[in-house]
Design a protein around this ligand. Structure first.
Ligand code: 5GP
Length: 124
């Protein structure tokens, strides 16, 4: 069920529980700003999610209200994870589903990193 990109932050969402350590994840990266872990239902040979540590619902929320340090730290983390996974060559795809039309399901900002094969058309 898609969620609003601009609603109040729900501390009970699944990624908030992962951040608090209440639910396990297959972690690939963590620093002060971000946590990255493998998607539970991968849709590519490599499918990793990168989430900010702060309570941001979506790209809309994060881009408007996060601090410059949080935004910089998060963007650098996404690039670092892709680099660490060996994806810079031959490349990878980033996706941030946002709100109902974006079909965002989990109401905590996450960037999908897809890699490991050649992707086709951008949208089906
Ligand atoms: P969205 O559609 O919101 O952009 O994507 C949410 C993603 O979170 C989906 O790809 C889904 O497989 C993943 N996901 C949902 N619950 C969990 C979970 O408990 N653990 C992990 N690792 N991924 C999850």
């Amino acid at each position: 069920m898609p969620v609003s990109a601009t609603g109040p932050y729900d501390q009970g969402n699944i990624f908030a529980k992962i951040l608090r350590g209440e639910i396990p994840c297959n972690k690939v990266f963590e620093d002060d700003f971000a946590l990255a872990f493998h998607d539970i239902a991968p849709q590519a040979p490599v499918h990793v999610l990168v989430i900010p540590k702060g309570p941001y619902v979506s790209w809309a929320d994060f881009s408007a209200t996060a601090t410059d340090a949080e935004i910089g730290g998060f963007v650098r983390a996404v690039g670092q994870v892709a680099r660490d996974l060996g994806l810079e060559e031959p490349g990878y795809r980033l996706l941030a589903n946002t709100g109902v039309h974006g079909n965002q399901v989990v109401p905590h900002l996450h960037v999908h990193i897809f890699g490991g094969r050649q992707f086709g058309a951008m949208l089906s």
